[in-house]
Design a protein around this ligand. Structure first.
Ligand code: PLP
Ligand code: COI
Length: 355
């Protein structure tokens, strides 16, 4: 596989830009898309040259395997622009590596890291003006790969498409997030695909999440599939719990996504002198801590959601509200990670990448 540079990415420009029709001050999450996308096809046993094309519909045969056997994986990243107009990414190599971990599990050919990174740089050069600068907004980047190869035989496709699409976006959640601890349905199972960002993982969450929404909750806290005794993730986020002054999160496993925000928060918290523990968290521990007042905070962590405080949780027939504290770990850690991402502070960890 030849290495490429961003200048070798073939560009077909959109005839007209949509940018003037976008209200950058009122962006929802992932609802509007920029003018161009990066595309790269896998055929004849190799990934072909990456290209940039206008963001437009793609044509697939009804027999494309994505429709039948769900070979589809994705990533979530954000691009920011700082006061010097420089374009910044946050730990992008970790996303490429994770996309390829997902690819391997779904029997999808791995994308060369160099194609991903140089292609993304070329795309961001072109879409720079689409990066919002309002606090809480960013250009959400959605790299994904899906099976375009045809056939009803239940086996891996022989052709795939890799795309990076860009969506100028505001916050993922608006308002308070109350969660329901789920004991019937599971997001993932031992030996399954929970650690991968496979499209089907999310499809499987929609129905139980809808049931929780019907009961007045915004999200589900997933528990382990065997005993349902341990909390694992919160919707599409890793979950953190603060009991007294200790911040706790579950260890990652083949059921839990190895979140980039999660591991960054652990490092920031340690650097801030916060006591952290990576260990399994029992639902019963959470309930006891809520009852005796030692449960101070729960928050979700992920690229889209950044850090989202959880205002309360439901378990069986009881609701537990979390205290409304000032100076929460969630707000402190969110301020720190966002400042690093947007170049408002030093980055002692070396996570910020200028494009
Ligand atoms: N867990 C799940 C299931 C997710 O979909 C995400 C989102 O990407 C995360 C956790 C958080 O991961 P990251 O911080 O890398 O975005
Ligand atoms: C992200 O946080 O980037 C994700 O991929 C979650 C997504 C389901 C919005």
């Amino acid at each position: 596989m030849e290495n490429i540079t961003k200048d070798q990415v073939e560009i077909t420009k959109a005839k007209n830009s949509k940018i003037d029709s976008i209200d950058f001050n009122n962006l929802a999450f992932g609802q509007v898309f920029s003018d161009h996308m990066l595309t790269c096809d896998y055929k004849d046993g190799k990934w072909q040259q990456p290209k940039i094309e206008p963001f437009a519909p793609i044509t697939l045969m009804p027999s494309a395997k994505i429709f039948h056997y769900g070979q589809s994986i994705f990533e979530g990243m954000k691009a920011y622009k700082d006061a010097n107009d420089d374009v910044l990414l946050f730990r992008p190599t970790d996303n490429v590596k994770r996309l390829n971990i997902s690819a391997k599990r779904l029997c999808i050919p791995e994308i060369p890291e160099n194609y991903f990174m140089e292609g993304l740089k070329a795309l961001l050069d072109l879409e720079k003006d689409w990066i919002p600068t309002k606090e809480g907004s960013s250009l959400y980047l959605r790299p994904f790969i899906f099976a375009t190869g045809e056939g009803f035989h239940a086996s891996p496709a022989d052709e795939y498409k890799f795309i990076i699409a860009c969506a100028p976006s505001g916050p993922y959640f608006s308002g308070k997030v109350k969660v329901l601890i789920e004991e019937t349905y599971s997001r993932s199972a031992n030996g399954g695909v929970g650690f991968a960002k496979a499209g089907g993982n999310y499809a499987g969450q929609f129905y139980p999440t809808q049931l929780a929404k019907d009961k007045g909750y915004q999200q589900v806290i997933w528990t382990d599939d065997t005993s349902h005794e341990y909390i694992e993730e919160a919707g599409a986020m890793n979950v953190f719990v603060r009991i007294n002054d200790t911040l706790i999160t579950s260890p990652v496993s083949d059921r839990i996504l190895d979140g980039i925000t999660r591991k960054s928060i652990l490092d920031i918290a340690k650097a801030e002198g916060i006591n952290t523990e990576v260990r399994k968290i029992k639902v019963s521990e959470l309930v006891e801590a809520a009852k005796d007042g030692s449960l101070k905070e729960i928050f979700g962590a992920g690229t889209a959601a950044v850090i989202s405080p959880i205002s309360g949780f439901g378990f069986r027939d009881s609701d537990f509200d979390l205290p409304e504290l000032e100076n929460t770990y969630a707000s402190k850690l969110k301020a720190r990670i966002v400042a690093i991402q947007t170049n408002k502070t030093e980055d002692p960890f070396g996570w910020r990448v200028k494009i």
